[in-house]
Design a protein. Structure first.
Length: 439
């Protein structure tokens, strides 16, 4: 029974079953929206114009300022009604921008007049004026086109009825005006009406879609454009904060690693050299042993410095590109790793970000995952670069404050990217970072 039901669904999907119904519903929705918008627009236009005009004309005696405030707040109310109207009828999401905050410590007068300093309140007022003038054109146009498309049936029917009801002297059609023979007047009238109705019928859909898009575009531009700007600003501020935090964390970790590793080794090497110098005259053999141990310490120090430099700006990334740098990371990984990374034209900061994500992910996997295989994939999706690191380990990884994954998330956020971790217990871990190439 289940298989049969699925087959029926595939054979006749709902999206293809009633195209005429969806077409008619779209037209009906716009006509309903246009009628309501026309009524609200007439009221809003009258009120807002009256209040703003009265306020502007009396602002010199200060009485006009509260009237202006009332005008812009009235416009705000009609703008909120438009957002709800488009959302419920046209399915358009018009988010509301955050209001401009009132300065702390502002007095009552400044609070009263504060709406006049909010750019969105004036955009709301402009929208009330523009939308009313727009709907005065678009609603009659859509209504006329709809009626014209219905005339493909209604016109010939009305002509046939009038032909039977009216006397010949009062029944003058297009055929008679065009001078066709009397026997062909009725067929010509019906044919012309069918052609005109067919023209309207075939074009009413695109016309209504265009008018709908026009209203949506005007509303989005005047009522919600500042919301998008606010979101971009918020993302930028979050990115900067994450960048500062990630940089601070990286510097602290680098300082700790330098102190615990290379610095301690260099201090010991310096002491060993001094000891070898003191032993050189009286015990050359012992001095050579100390020098050999010192050389080993310096070699280990060099390895530590190379390891630390990979998290900053590895020379191979600068000299040979991202693909070669990732191949080197895979080659030195304790867990066998494969890389799928085509040659991509990416900004330098994006390449460094991807390298850092892969380097830290491989290090975390080696410490915690218990995996036997890791796969690294880098590709370009539109204006974004994406890197995925999949392992077949025990899973259970999660973002924890102060953990390695949290540091990765901060580094990616500083580049205005997205960072996700999918790590179900017992099913491996997938780490994915998407970095905008225009960030």
């Amino acid at each position: 029974m289940t298989t049969m039901s699925m087959a029926q669904t595939v054979d006749s999907p709902p999206a293809q079953r009633w195209p005429v119904g969806r077409w008619a519903a779209r037209i009906g929705r716009f006509l309903a929206y246009g009628l309501i918008a026309l009524l609200l627009g007439a009221i809003g236009f009258s009120l807002v114009i009256a209040l703003l005009s009265a306020g502007a004309s009396t602002v010199v005696v200060w009485v006009g300022l509260p009237i202006l405030v009332l005008g812009v707040l009235t416009a705000r109310g009609f703008a909120m009604a438009e957002r709800a109207l488009q959302s419920s009828i046209l399915g358009t999401e018009l988010p509301t921008p955050d209001p401009k905050p009132v300065p702390s410590g502002a007095g009552w007068m400044r609070r009263l007049l504060h709406p006049l300093t909010d750019p969105q309140r004036w955009l709301d007022s402009l929208w009330v004026l523009v939308n009313f003038l727009l709907v005065l054109v678009t609603f009659p146009l859509a209504l006329a086109w709809t009626v014209g498309s219905i005339a493909i049936i209604g016109g010939p029917a009305a002509t046939l009825i009038l032909e039977q009801v009216l006397p010949d002297s009062q029944n003058n059609g297009l055929g008679e005006l065009l001078g066709v023979p009397a026997a062909l007047e009725l067929p010509v009238d019906i044919g012309l009406q069918v052609l005109a109705g067919l023209l309207f019928l075939l074009t009413v859909g695109p016309v209504v879609r265009g008018l709908t898009a026009l209203h949506q575009g005007v509303a989005r531009g005047l009522l919600s454009s500042r919301y998008e700007e606010q979101q971009r600003l918020a993302r930028t501020e979050e990115s900067r904060a994450a960048g500062r935090s990630a940089e601070s964390t990286a510097l602290r970790r680098l300082e700790r690693d330098l102190h615990d590793g290379p610095q301690q080794r260099l201090v010991r090497a310096s002491m060993d050299l001094a000891r070898a110098e003191a032993l050189a005259a009286k015990d050359p053999e012992r001095a050579m042993t100390v020098l050999r141990e010192t050389r080993e310490q310096l070699g280990a120090t060099l390895d530590d410095l190379r390891r630390l430099s990979r998290g900053i700006a590895p020379p191979i990334l600068v000299d040979r590109g991202l693909t070669a740098a990732l191949a080197e990371l895979a080659a030195i990984s304790p867990i066998p790793a494969t890389v799928d990374s085509p040659e991509l034209e990416l900004p330098e900061h994006v390449e460094i970000g991807i390298y850092y994500v892969v380097s830290e992910s491989l290090a975390n996997a080696a410490k915690h995952s218990g995996a036997e295989q890791i796969h690294i994939e880098v590709d370009r999706i539109g204006d974004d670069a994406r890197v995925r690191i999949d392992d077949d380990g025990r899973g259970g990884a999660e973002l924890r404050t102060g953990g390695g994954l949290a540091g990765l998330a901060g580094r990616v956020a500083s580049l205005e990217g997205r960072f996700t971790v999918d790590s179900p217990a017992g099913h491996g871990t997938r780490i994915e970072a998407v970095l905008p190439c225009a960030s």
